[in-house]
Design a protein around this ligand. Sequence first.
Ligand code: HEM
Length: 458
Amino acid sequence: MTVESVNPETRAEPATELREPPLAGGGVPLLGHGWKLARDPLAFMAQLRDHGDVVRIKLGPKTVYAVTTPALTGALALSPDYHIAGPLWESLEGLLGKEGVATANGPLHRRQRRTIQPAFKLDAIPAYGPIMEEEAHALTERWQPGRTIDATSESFRVAVRVAARCLLRGQYMDERAERLCVALATVFRGMYRRMVVPLGPLYRLPLPANREFNSALADLHLLVDEIIAERRASGQKPDDLLTALLEAKDDNGDPIGEQEIHDQVVAILTPGSETIASTIMWLLQALAEHPEHTDRIRDEVEAVTGGRPVAFEDVRKLTHTANVIVEAMRLRPAVWVLTRRAVVDTELGDYRIPAGSDIIYSPYAIQRDPKSYAAHLEFDPDRWLPERVKDLPKYAMRPFSLGNRKCPSDHFSMAQLTLITAALATKYRFEQVPGSNDAVRVGITLRPHDLLVRPVAR
Ligand code: HEM
């Protein structure tokens, strides 16, 4: 996979007459639309499309531009006039650092993408196959028929293990992956709270929840330092992402600094685990809710494997399994909101966007737009069959985004999600148990509040 480069020549010609985007209705004095956004962010983002292609919303005194059509979200992602910035990224900086690939911009970001890209290229993925297979089958062994599974912790666990074991290889990784898992789960919970209830100084008080958050964050950073130090001490240089980061040079040909190496590891592990974990949770929910698709996956896997355990080499033949995953990601995208900032006076469609403006859009809203999708709220994996998918508007389904900030891990993610889904559906059906709450919890990602499922043996 190559990073789609942004060619200045692809910049849109200035439209003859640029307009100011309309103001979305429903704002109130002082708070603007903030209260609606806070109260029900998904519904708020989805209804903005009724007000225009680009609309202004007021968050307190601040004007933010919301983009509501697939075509314009594509134009935004491909334009060189916007950088990664805005409220989402500012809230993540405390966790991801300022020198990692997810938050850097400009030449630093381009150099960092060049360093990490080889580890995620399509031809690099087969090398991760054995670990992905092992982790997928280990889940089916670990889960017992009839025993309730806490989908949140189990999904997190496997996501962290796969990312850590594949990308930061090493004998020591198994025990570390467990610790990473515990630290990340607590950190993400705390980040979510800090994002939705921004009580600033209150989070510095020595309360048990704050102490737990601070200690998990410290442990996460300590773990990353330990992983780096141990790799260096081993003198080994396996062909993996960590070696690529340790050997990376800056634009002057000098080794990159310690802080940058550290931030890079954090900036790859954290988005890598939270997004995959949320997607696995939604897949389990979908398998429980639509047993007919669980059975179709089982039939497909058996037709491909002839009954042997599913393996990495089968992944590209498991088309229905992939369609179930894509449909789960359409309705419940882990990354439900993205923000950018205009770095120059620019435009989107026919609208004027002043330099410094924050732009927001929601893949969740785009992927549920009835103008793009017939029966838009229905779970219908067959909508991804080649003969049906051709009618889809461009950019109506980009769960990994596009342009120079596109997720580097799309192939890596699809391979592991396919193996996990195939292995689980072959061995079990799933049902939610009393006490399970699969309502959407909006945080840094979308995930079920508290999904509890029971595997039922076939
Ligand atoms: C279902 C799984 C995943 C989804 C839906 C997803 C989605 C995304 C999206 C939408 C972006 C772009 C953000 C933007 O445009 O502002 C992104 C960026 C990123 N993702 Fe993923 N991701 C997934 C898995 C992973 C994994 C497994 C890893 C690493 C192991 C990863 C690493 C990254 C990194 C490093 C970036 C920042 C790229 C940059 O800014 O150049 N992601 N991801």
